[in-house]
Design a protein around this ligand. Structure first.
Ligand code: ADP
Ligand code: MG
Length: 510
């Protein structure tokens, strides 16, 4: 009964949703928990409520700045003053003073990167951490092995903090990924709470088109006739901009594009406008969406499909969080398969790039420091930041570099072989994941929902009335009902930006 009382008092909800109470009960009893609940199910409460029962501070590792800020604001709006996000938004002064008074916070959100700072760890060691939470824990497996390698060091952070009880949360992890998360975090005796990740209110429609031109035409048609708001996913930045322009040329003005190449301010603004219903459609890369708790998204279109089934589920899960009927449409043509294949290799250093690194590292005349190697690779060889982070992690893991200096006691050839093997293994895994998604896309002979769940080792409990293109459903249900055009209300997001930031019109984004 006590838990319900806290739920009512602190969150103003009268009952728990499926899974919440069981998870919370285990946590207040001091257990380690690995939990999977569908997107939008209410995972945040699973660690926020214990924050009012357990003695000490709940530390939450969160992958994105925007997500962190969102959660901090949400708690503040519920009257919680003792919450802070430790991230690069904090000024030097604020960070200093926050680190001096960490004990006063009930909730501390932090990025995996900031937890690598000795100063931050030192401050955290002085307080009692009642619960160590990893939100969106699939990031450990999905990103950790590549460009967010600090995710793989969270087990070390946990140890340094005296091994507090741990909660890993996700909405999309295959059994293998769940095991990977548990292994990477080194959580012993973990209570697993794995629930069905099906989202019955989202119809799944996979549609093959003959050509790129047809795909563009279909997309325009869908955006014109489907009830919004909606999100369209692309695998490249350039396409988000292109399609936003095409849609505008077709009379849809409340459209914006969003990708990692935009300035932080622009990204926050566009996200905010979308959340506040000032925009109908966002053309974006996978940089958009995580942590966007927008209840009324009605359609998701995949103009390009992602590289693994987990990402697909995550992305379509942004629709219908308020329970309304929503639709996920995946459009593909034959050429898309080659594009997807090349995307898989995009962020990982290739053999040639490794050869270059090892030639530089084994030069007997010049023992490069780590930061000198970094500068050389960036400036002279144009290696991307994402690739460098991966390289750096591998060089350090294999102890070729220790504390920023090259390790002269090591056999470079052996280390090289090990690293190259790791990379090849990673590439094979990614290709396998992609092939698995491709098979799902091309399989027209079974229920989409059922086969999607199979990939997560789950069985479908019941087919909803509007299920998928195999089970057939009525697309009319998703059409716009209100024909009043909202196009005139809103001028142009760039115009809006200029007004807000008082910048001249010359500034380019992306
Ligand atoms: P998730 O992290 O699982 O995607 P969130 O924690 O962001 O989901 O919660 C989604 C929404 O559900 C939030 O607006 C939250 O306030 C609401 N919510 C969570 N638990 C409950 C509950 N027991 N009753 C009603 N609404 C809830
Ligand atoms: Mg969440």
């Amino acid at each position: 009964m006590r838990l319900e009382k806290v739920l009512k008092e602190k969150f103003h909800f009268s009952s728990f949703r499926k899974g919440q109470k069981e998870i919370i009960q285990d946590l207040v009893n001091g257990k380690n928990v690995m939990a999977m609940l569908p997107t939008g199910a209410g995972k945040s409460i699973c660690y926020q409520l214990p924050g009012y029962i357990l003695e000490g501070t709940v530390l939450i590792v969160s992958p994105l700045l925007s997500l962190m800020e969102d959660q901090v604001q949400q708690l503040k709006s519920r009257g919680e003053k003792n919450v802070i996000g430790l991230n690069s938004f904090l000024s030097f002064q604020k960070r200093k003073s926050a680190l001096h008074s960490l004990h006063r916070y009930r909730f501390i959100y932090a990025s995996p990167e900031i937890l690598q700072s000795a100063e931050v760890i030192h401050a955290l060691q002085k307080i009692k951490i009642s619960l160590f939470v990893i939100d969106e824990a699939h990031c450990i497996s999905q990103w950790g092995h590549e460009f967010r390698t600090d995710y793989l060091k969270l087990d070390d952070v946990k140890r340094k903090l005296g091994n507090p009880p741990c909660l890993a949360l996700t909405a999309t992890a295959t059994s293998k990924v769940i095991e990977d998360i548990i292994r990477q975090l080194d959580i012993p005796d973990v209570a697993k709470h794995i629930y069905s990740i099906d989202r019955p209110n989202i119809a799944i429609n996979v549609q093959k088109v003959d050509s790129l031109d047809d795909k563009i035409k279909e997309t325009i048609e869908f955006v014109k006739c489907l009830e919004g708001p909606g999100i369209i996913y692309f695998s490249s930045r350039i396409w988000t901009e292109k399609m936003a322009m095409i849609l505008r040329e077709n009379g849809m003005n409340r459209v914006a594009y969003y990708h990692g190449g935009l300035e932080n301010d622009d990204r926050l603004l566009i996200q905010q406008q979308f959340i506040q219903d000032q925009l109908d459609v966002i053309c974006c890369t996978n940089a958009f969406g995580m942590g966007v708790d927008k209840a009324n998204v009605r359609f998701i279109i995949h103009f390009h499909y992602p590289s693994q089934i987990e990402s697909y589920l995550q992305e379509i899960g942004r629709a219908g969080r308020n329970g309304d009927l929503s639709i996920a449409i995946l459009l593909y043509c034959n050429e898309d398969h080659d594009l997807a294949k090349s995307m898989v290799l995009h962020d990982l250093p290739n053999d040639e790039e490794w050869n270059l690194v090892f030639t530089l590292v084994s030069n007997p005349k010049q023992k490069l420091l780590l930061h000198e190697l970094e500068a050389l690779l960036y400036e002279r060889y144009g290696i991307s930041e994402v690739k460098w982070r991966f390289m750096k992690y591998q060089l350090e893991t294999e102890k070729l570099y220790v504390n920023g200096s090259i390790n002269l006691n090591l056999c470079v050839d052996k280390a090289k072989q090990k690293i190259v093997n790791t990379v090849h293994q990673r590439v094979r895994l990614k290709q396998k994941n992609l092939a698995s998604l491709k098979r799902w896309i091309e399989n027209k002979d079974s229920c989409r929902r059922e086969t999607l769940l199979w990939k997560f080792d789950q069985a479908l409990e019941a087919h909803p009335e509007s299920c998928c293109d195999y089970c057939k459903f009525d697309i009319q249900k998703y059409r716009k009902t209100d024909h009043t055009s909202k196009n005139d209300e809103f001028t142009d997001w760039k115009e809006e930006l200029r007004l807000i930031f008082k910048q001249n019109g010359e500034r380019q984004n992306g």
